[in-house]
Design a protein around this ligand. Structure first.
Ligand SMILES: NC(=O)c1ccc[n+]([C@@H]2O[C@H](COP(=O)([O-])OP(=O)(O)OC[C@H]3O[C@@H](n4cnc5c(N)ncnc54)[C@H](OP(=O)(O)O)[C@@H]3O)[C@@H](O)[C@H]2O)c1
Length: 441
């Protein structure tokens, strides 16, 4: 066994993640000691409610209700944030950095809004600040981007980053059922984080993408400023039609580096069935990266749950412990903040699938394609089908568009909505393209 070193640490929060981490830590501490010589010792756990009954498996003397006790304890050198929320966590983290505690954060909301400020503050105090457990799964994307791909120019990075949402879309597709039926499944209730994390509106994925954007490209963006749509509006018929044309629908987060700005967005996306990310099943996540040296590279793993997250927390505990031991002052996660703008969604150029429910009569396809053509948009294919909706025959026109700017597509859609032939809600999906011509070399 390597030479034994004691490392004292504290935990902020003893909720779902805090308790899950504690259990994994108890299981793995001897293993880590054997492997690395690092003897991890948990000294304090910060919680809020004095009257809560805590699980019996933890020594009650570890609990504190005041973070200043952690700050004042000289033995504690690393603190793990499993507490969540922006305030008072932000203030607490700053106090702890000020007291020379190295920080490992799993706090998505905090990092998705204050990453730049905390990393600057950590740099000023020569403190290690590691953020990867905030992804909510076990994928070491940030470490791969920052260390393994350090010699690469990352041209684009996209992925399925919401395990619960992927599970729902996957079940809808595999069993040909609606979202409500999937939500009844007991498996959903058991998933690591609460039901609030089902990404109906895309906010959870947007938080992850903002953290990824900071790590991969140094983009300082609040998650609220990221264009994000969740899975709320994806229906069983969207999935059926997509499959009919050779696509799967996935909630995809996309980051691209263009000469004139970054493209960053999250939305349900049509992905060609042969693309590797369509094979991401159930609660799994994947991140697909394209670089100048490696070409295509994909990371795949569990995207939900306290055990995969704890795997990353323990890795970071060992990592920081080693760095302290070897007296490495340099930050592992040194962010290279970038001033290039983030493009508004209206200015992205991509491919689209549009579905128009309309009256079943000759000539409708011509009217729709004419209206699109007036905006100089290139239609790659158009199809007309007939379907039955509550006993009524409805025509469907399906249009595929390539290489169009979103604001032009929106203008065409506004014109088409005014046509009398339209019989319901027009469906609009962006399609994941293979690559982009002007991506920075
Ligand atoms: N759950 C997961 O699988 C998972 C995975 C990755 C990342 N995360 C992130 O981990 C964080 C926590 O998530 P969770 O699901 O574990 O939340 P949770 O179950 O609500 O637990 C929050 C914990 O923080 C404590 N806390 C909250 N406010 C506090 C305050 N002002 N002072 C002291 N303690 C306070 C709570 O104390 P009391 O016990 O006294 O209420 C509780 O123990 C979130 O940022 C989440 O994004 C969670």
């Amino acid at each position: 066994m390597p030479r034994k070193r004691d490392i004292h640490f504290a935990l902020l929060g003893f909720g779902k993640l805090g308790q899950g981490f504690y259990d994994v830590f108890q299981q793995k501490r001897d293993h880590i000691l054997q492997q690395t010589g690092i003897n991890l010792i948990l000294d304090k756990v910060l919680v809020k409610h004095k009257k809560y009954t805590r699980p019996r498996r933890i020594n009650p003397e570890l609990f504190t209700f005041d973070h200043r006790e952690i700050a004042a304890d000289k033995k504690i050198i690393i603190v793990i944030d499993c507490m969540g929320g922006i305030e008072p966590t932000f203030t607490i983290i700053k106090d702890l950095i000020h007291a020379q505690k190295h920080i490992i954060s799993a706090n998505r909301a905090l990092l998705a809004t204050k990453m730049h400020q905390i990393s600057d503050y950590a740099n000023e105090h020569a403190i290690h600040f590691l953020t990867e457990p905030s992804f909510g799964g076990g994928l070491p994307v940030a470490a791969i981007v920052q260390r393994d791909l350090v010699a690469n120019n990352i041209r684009e990075l996209f992925g399925v980053v919401s395990g619960v949402s992927n599970y729902i879309l996957d079940k809808m597709s595999a069993n040909d059922i609606g979202m409500k039926e999937v939500l009844k499944s007991p498996d959903i209730q058991k998933m690591g984080e609460s039901l609030a994390v089902i990404d109906y509106e895309g906010a959870d994925s947007a938080m992850k993408v903002s953290i990824l954007a900071a790590t991969a490209f140094g983009i300082d963006i609040n998650y609220l400023d990221i264009h994000s749509e969740g899975i709320a509006k994806v229906t069983r018929s969207d999935i059926r039609w997509a499959r009919r044309f050779g696509y799967e629908i996935k909630l995809v987060a996309i980051l691209r580096d263009h000469e004139h700005g970054f493209e960053i967005r999250v939305h349900p996306t049509l992905v060609a069935r042969e693309h590797p990310i369509t094979s991401v099943r159930g609660q799994y996540n994947a991140c697909y990266i394209r670089t100048d040296l490696l070409g295509e590279y994909m990371i795949y793993g569990l995207g939900v749950g306290t055990r995969p997250t704890s795997s990353l927390i323990l890795r970071d505990l060992v990592d920081v412990s080693n760095r302290i031991y070897h007296n490495t002052k340099r930050q592992r996660f040194y962010f290279n903040w970038n001033n290039k703008p983030v493009l508004p969604i209206e200015e992205i150029v991509t491919a689209y699938y549009l579905r128009f429910p309309c009256i079943d009569q000759p000539g409708v396809m011509g009217e729709i394609t004419n209206a699109i053509g007036k905006h100089n948009i290139n239609i790659t294919s158009a199809h007309a089908e007939v379907g039955l909706v509550r006993g009524r025959t409805i025509g469907y026109v399906h249009i595929f568009i390539d290489n169009a700017m979103e604001k032009e597509v929106n203008k065409a859609l506004n014109d088409i909505r005014k046509l009398k032939l339209i019989q319901g809600k027009i469906k609009f999906f962006r399609i994941l393209e293979a690559s982009h011509a002007d991506i920075v070399e």
